[in-house]
Design a protein around this ligand. Sequence first.
Ligand SMILES: Nc1nc2c(ncn2[C@@H]2O[C@H](COP(=O)(O)OP(=O)(O)OP(=O)(O)O)[C@@H](O)[C@H]2O)c(=O)[nH]1
Ligand SMILES: [Mg+2]
Length: 297
Amino acid sequence: MSRTAFVTIAGRTNAGKSSLLNAIVGEKIASVSNKPQTTRTRITGIRNIDDVQLVLFDTPGLHKPVNKLSEHMLNTVKESVSDIDAVIFMMDCTRKINPQEMDLLRSLNVSHMPVILVLNKIDLLKSMDDLAPVIADMTSQINFQAVVPVSVTENNGVDIVISEIVKLAEESVHYFPDDMITDQPEKVLAAEMIREKLLELLNDEVPHGIAVGVEEMKERDDKDILDISAVIYCERESHKGIVIGKGGAMLKKASTAARIELEDFFQIKVNLKCWVKVKEDWRNREGIIRSFGLSEM
Ligand SMILES: Nc1nc2c(ncn2[C@@H]2O[C@H](COP(=O)(O)OP(=O)(O)OP(=O)(O)O)[C@@H](O)[C@H]2O)c(=O)[nH]1
Ligand SMILES: [Mg+2]
């Protein structure tokens, strides 16, 4: 009989949730960056191990809400931690737990949701002895199904996280076809790859106010080339100048990096064209948030 486990990855922004999703799935399906609030929607990743199908939901990171988009992101987290088999609560082990994280953990305990505590970024610790007080403090306050120290970037401990989730799988038919790794449409995957490069390259407020929409994605009939046209939205005229850069240098750098990743992912030569448009203060405008596909499920 086949088995399935539905698991949500939650935790503070920048803890490494999307990095873990990618590591478990074995392909880069979620954007990762060193900037907070990289993930904006719930992203499904699927991994099949023998007769077990793991369905993982990556969620936006916990943060103080600053605009309407933030509120949607935090609602997505709330909606993603019920009707599942377990939560992977991810912590950056070098940072103190904050009240917002504690509130979520307590509410998970109240609803008897199994929680696997994943302590990430152990590569940054001076000594593994530093973990003991963190684990003691956490386990004295919250009941965990398991506690797993990991370094996702060094691929240390991810296999243990996988085996902990496999234990929770219940008999059921597989929900997704066995060759599917994510529920994101190709246009969304491509847009997220472009946004990730902009997050990497831009600083201050500019990257947070960026949304990317892929308008067209089509393989040519006569050649093995995938034409992609994308629009990069930013919040102000001054931001548009920064995104384009001197003589178009920034846009060129970002789109070249995105093209290389797109070619690698889709295994075809890509011709990427990007335009930059302004949507004033869009992160506070419900209609635009919805039209960008960024309101909760
Ligand atoms: N040193 C170290 N850095 C890591 C590790 N795992 C992830 N990171 C880095 O942490 C940063 C945040 O990673 P993400 O996977 O985007 O974090 P996230 O929790 O999804 O963040 P949000 O989407 O903003 O909530 C990136 O720069 C990652 O490369 C790790 O094990 N060690
Ligand atoms: Mg993320």
